[in-house]
Structure formats: structure tokens, C-alpha cells
Unconditional design. Structure first.
Length: 180
């Protein structure tokens, strides 16, 4: 984590490696740990905590239709879920998102035979309300966020939603085990 001094005229204090940012060197719930290995100068915890937010990087495999809606939002938010989609499933690893986008979306007509992997950051405090679910192998980890919480999720996205990769399938190619 990078520590910055704020444009504020409050008194400074020094914090050493592994200490918490409180009024003295006692731990403060919800404060941030200084782990850079050097002595740093920071402002008091009440000011510092309002400036920084811990972020979690998540990934989302999407098809062509959802991608167009995200693009229309200027890569700022995810669209509302469809009635048959009661849960929003962001995943924890790029590898898992890639597997879905490449192996599933490119074979799905509703996805336009196209899969995109998106990366975005969400405030960790928001995500703390939800459990991580393991589906299939231990590397298949995802959050299950109810569809009616999408607006709150969007409010907690930090920065833009980024396109990491794109995959295209062949609509004329049969799925495994099928013949055309």
C-alpha cells in the first residue's frame, strides 16, 4: 500500500512497521496496517480512514449482450439482471472467468457466441456482507449477489470495468457430442 500525506494542517505522527494508525500505538478497529517495512509519516487515523478504502478485484465473464450494456454505461456499471437471473455471480480469479467465457459463452447462442472477461474493483466493505461460494473445483470461487443488490454493487465499484480478454466461437460448429 502506498501512503500519502494529505493536505491537512493536523499534527503528524510517525508509525512503524506493523503498527496500527490510532491516536497512539494501540490497535484501532477498522484502521489500516502499515506494512511497507519502513517508517512512514501519516495523518491521524480518523482522517486517513476516510481517504482510503480497501478494494477487492473481481472478474465477470459476460456474453455479447451484457457487454454492450456495460459499454453503454461507459464501463461504470453492470446492467440489471433479467427476471430469470436472480443472482449476479462475480468470480474471484481471472482463470475461472476465462474458462467460462472461452468454454461456455463461445458456445452459447444467447451470448452471441462471444465471451468477454471483465475485471473490476469493489469496496471490500461492501463484499463483506456476502459469502464466497465454491462451485465445482476449489478454484471455482464466486460471490452470489442477489439481483436486487446490483445498484448497490455498482455504487461500490471503484474505477472502470476493464475488458481483460475476448473469445469468439463459431456458431456453425457443433457442441461436443453433437452433429449438425
Amino acid at each position: 500500500m502506498i501512503w500519502r500525506e494529505l493536505e491537512w494542517r493536523a499534527p503528524k505522527r510517525r508509525v512503524g512497521r506493523g503498527t496500527r494508525c490510532g491516536q497512539d500505538d494501540t490497535p484501532v478497529a477498522g484502521s489500516h496496517t502499515h506494512t511497507s517495512g519502513t517508517i512512514g509519516v501519516i495523518w491521524s487515523a480518523s482522517i486517513f480512514n476516510t481517504v482510503t478504502a480497501q478494494l477487492t478485484t473481481l472478474y465477470r465473464p459476460v456474453g455479447r449482450g451484457e457487454m454492450e450494456l456495460i459499454r453503454a454505461s461507459q464501463f461504470r456499471e453492470f446492467p440489471p439482471r433479467l427476471p430469470e437471473q436472480p443472482i449476479f455471480y462475480p468470480v474471484l480469479t481471472e482463470e475461472y472467468a476465462t474458462r467460462i467465457a472461452r468454454d461456455w459463452n463461445t458456445r452459447d447462442e444467447r451470448s452471441g457466441f462471444t465471451g468477454y472477461v471483465l475485471r473490476f474493483q469493489v469496496r471490500t466493505e461492501f463484499l463483506s456482507k456476502y459469502d464466497v461460494h465454491v462451485v465445482g473445483s476449489s478454484s471455482h470461487r464466486e460471490y452470489w449477489i442477489p439481483a436486487n443488490h446490483i445498484a448497490r454493487l455498482n455504487e461500490n465499484i471503484h474505477g472502470e470495468i476493464e475488458v481483460v480478454s475476448e473469445f469468439h466461437g463459431n456458431p456453425d460448429q457443433p457442441e461436443d457430442g453433437e452433429t449438425k
